[in-house]
Design a protein around this ligand. Structure first.
Ligand code: NG6
Ligand code: CA
Length: 520
């Protein structure tokens, strides 16, 4: 095969299509500054939403959003876990290029340093009001383990471009179990300071390991340290009793703060960018009492109903405030589905024949499609024609795509892996990416180009035995799947297509060599 051919990604050879008027939608929309609302779900798999085909759970508010916008069937988060996906989304850089971007502890220092040019900075430089509400999981403070959780922890989202933040420092299953508003613990009583440790327990504090009799939700693996609200977590915590969240109220609290953020938009002259990251449906899954038992699928399904409720509240608020037409709404997830992620919440027992990853193999943590092919919807009422896009898309591109919409030129060091696919985000008939790079929990990589997916041989366990997830690692042999004929990645056809494998390997290496590859 001609080497020169290698330099042309497959998609580069096909001309991208134009709208019927012959004009690209991005041209038609030049100079517009719509609000951007990004609803970023946690652990919701491709098959978890009824708009993506499941009949075992009903998500009517999400379905409405899907029917009014574009539903992407081949969109990927950058990685198969939270921290690296969020890192890539906000920096436009693949997380595998950076050490220390794996799943963050609750007391991790802020992973995105203040001098980085972030997605929020980009919106701010275009005159937007910016907010981050919900799950953070990107670290806070200057030094791991050295935060004073009773003061204003800095750096915090304000230092990377967010005018307002109301966040959970990490995840619901990690201490500290309190909300942080603009860097400060919410509801803290100065007479009852809060302390956090990931090294050792505080004397006299019960733990899930030693005091299972105090638990109302038991861990299935890990999660046996501090007990908060009768649920044991990862990490230790002492004090701050009044500030501790009640798990049942987390979705309400996040949704309410998002609604308030939107209400403050009334009368504002500048548009907003809101990164609304839900806690649903991450573990521990303890949705509000009004959802309990309603899905028939146990806590995981009930958390999906809670998520859908939040979406409905937010959409209703946009409408009430007259923001419906001038707001781009995106809904997606930070990684694929997992059923048992560490608590005995009956998710496995009550799953029935629900396929949380759809037809895709693997799930959260995995290099298979179930790890990163996630739900993805985009609605821009009155501007974007509804439809279904089967194009290959990546969340890492939101950065450059929105920068292009706003006419912002990204500084040279900024968003190195992000590409402008604005037309493909706004039109289901436009061609998407030439390829996407996928990352699993071991920082092993795969590349999908068109219908072909190549997973180089790489070290790592075949299974996450705790969650019962196939990770897709095969140390001795490359893998090649034809996703068109074999979306479930069942038939490794690597031996049948040596030239194709060589080209995909070359293509992946080219991406890797354009920067650093930090291998775990
Ligand atoms: C894992 C946790 C899991 C979850 C995950 C992060 C254990 C045994 N498992 O280490 O429960 O918290 O980290 O999930 O501790 S994520 O969606 O935020 O990436
Ligand atoms: Ca997640």
């Amino acid at each position: 095969m001609n080497k020169l051919f290698y330099f042309l990604p497959l998609g580069a050879m096909a001309c991208t299509t134009c709208s019927s008027s012959g004009k690209k939608i991005s041209d038609e929309l030049k100079g517009q500054r719509p609000n951007v609302l990004l609803i970023y779900a946690d652990d919701i798999g491709y098959g978890d939403l009824s708009c993506n085909g499941t009949s075992s759970v009903s998500t009517p508010n999400v379905d409405k959003l899907a029917s009014e916008g574009i539903r992407f069937t081949n969109a990927h988060c950058a990685a198969a876990t939270s921290t690296p996906s969020r890192y890539a989304l906000l920096t436009g850089e693949y997380a595998w290029r950076r050490k220390g971007t794996g799943i963050a502890a609750g007391n991790a220092a802020m992973i995105i340093k203040p001098d980085r040019y972030t997605l929020a900075d980009m919106f701010k430089s275009a005159g937007y009001r910016t907010g981050a509400i919900g799950k953070w999981h990107l670290g806070l403070g200057a030094e791991t383990g050295a935060q004073d959780w009773n003061g204003v922890v800095r750096p915090n989202p304000a230092d990377i471009g967010f005018d307002y933040s109301y966040i959970m420092a990490a995840t619901a299953d990690r201490t500290p179990c309190m909300f942080m508003e603009n860097g400060k613990g919410v509801g803290l009583d100065p007479n009852d300071p809060v302390y956090v440790s990931y090294k050792e327990n505080f004397p006299g504090e019960p733990t899930g390991k030693d005091n299972p009799e105090l638990l109302r939700l038991h861990p299935s693996h890990g999660h046996d340290q501090a007990i908060v609200n009768g649920i044991s977590r990862i990490g230790y915590m002492k004090g701050g009793e009044k500030a501790r969240w009640r798990d049942e109220d987390i979705a309400d609290s996040i949704t309410l703060h998002a609604i308030r953020f939107l209400e403050r938009q009334q009368g504002a002259t500048e548009p907003f960018f809101l990164y609304l990251a839900t806690n649903d449906i991450h573990v521990p899954r303890v949705p509000h009492e009004r959802f309990v038992g309603k899905s028939g699928l146990g806590a995981r399904g009930d958390a999906l109903l809670s998520f859908d409720w939040s979406v409905g509240q937010i959409m209703g608020t946009l409408q009430r405030l007259g923001l419906d037409e001038n707001t781009i709404v995106i809904l997606s997830s930070d990684n694929g589905a997992v059923i048992d992620d560490g608590y005995k919440d009956q998710a496995v027992e009550l799953l029935g024949d629900h396929k949380a990853t759809g037809v895709y193999r693997g799930g959260k943590y995995s290099i298979f499609e179930g790890g990163t092919r996630v739900p993805c919807l985009l609605r821009w009422k009155g501007k974007v024609t509804s439809g279904v896009s089967d194009q290959l898309m990546s969340q890492v591109d939101w950065f450059a795509s929105f920068a292009s919409m706003l006419g912002i030129s990204i500084p040279q060091e900024g968003a190195p892996d992000s590409r402008n696919y604005l037309d493909s985000w706004l039109s289901a008939t436009e061609k998407g990416r030439d390829f996407v790079v996928q990352q699993n929990i071991q920082n092993n990589l795969a590349i999908t180009d068109g219908e072909w997916k190549y997973i180089p041989a790489a070290k790592g366990a075949a299974m996450n035995k705790q969650t019962n997830t196939e990770l897709g690692n095969l140390p001795e042999k490359d893998q090649l799947y034809n996703l068109k004929n074999d979306p479930g990645e069942k038939n490794n056809v690597v031996d049948e297509h040596p030239e194709l494998v060589e080209r995909l390997r070359f293509e992946l290496n080219k991406v890797i060599e354009s920067g650093v590859y930090y291998k775990r």
